[in-house]
Design a protein around this ligand. Structure first.
Ligand code: ADP
Length: 163
């Protein structure tokens, strides 16, 4: 069991500056942070899982303490398979709380050795979500303050190819 790895799971469709903030703060505490893209077939996404992996791999290429992976099925099984103990999640507002609370309880019940650690959003990212970015971007708004430049480039390409 490795105490120094945190698994940061999510959809990351797309990865925003709010996600990046959690990752960077996570790296202050853990030796490595694995960004784990959920392969959730039920969720309608803008980018495919492989596109998201590709973007994230390029985005994190210069930091060997950051890993990018995808997982299917139960998150706790994946966490145990990685010999990790900690799931890292971000909290923005009370609206996130109920769902996250339920998920963390469920995961802990399924696997007692896995703990979920929550990091409060930095206030400047409190309003930021992947869906808001997609909505504003699709309508032609300026999204440069919300996502890393590489993500913005990929979003603009995606909107152009979808229109
Ligand atoms: P999911 O579909 O699992 O909610 P997301 O990609 O939307 O995945 O989010 C992944 C994680 O990042 C979640 O824990 C979410 O609460 C957190 N998160 C998303 N946006 C922000 C933000 N602006 N500030 C802090 N945490 C965030």
């Amino acid at each position: 069991m490795n105490r120094h790895i945190a698994i940061y799971p999510g959809s990351f469709d797309p990865f925003t500056n709010g996600h990046m903030d959690i990752v960077q703060r996570g790296l202050e505490i853990f030796d490595t942070v694995t960004i784990a893209v959920a392969n959730n077939v039920d969720k309608k996404s803008l980018f495919t899982v492989s596109e998201r992996i590709d973007i994230l791999t390029r985005l994190t290429a210069d930091n060997s303490r950051l890993k990018v992976e995808t997982f299917d099925g139960l998150l706790v099984n994946y966490v145990v398979e990685k010999k990790a103990r900690v799931i890292l999640r971000g909290l923005r507002a009370v609206t996130d709380f109920e769902f996250e609370f339920q998920l963390a309880q469920m995961n802990h019940t399924v696997c007692q050795q896995v703990e979920t650690l929550f990091m409060m959003t930095s206030p400047k990212f409190a309003y930021l979500s992947s869906s808001i970015v997609k909505e504003v971007g699709r309508l032609g708004g300026d999204i440069s303050k919300f996502v890393p430049p590489l993500v913005m480039e990929e979003l603009l390409k995606k909107f152009a190819s979808n229109s």
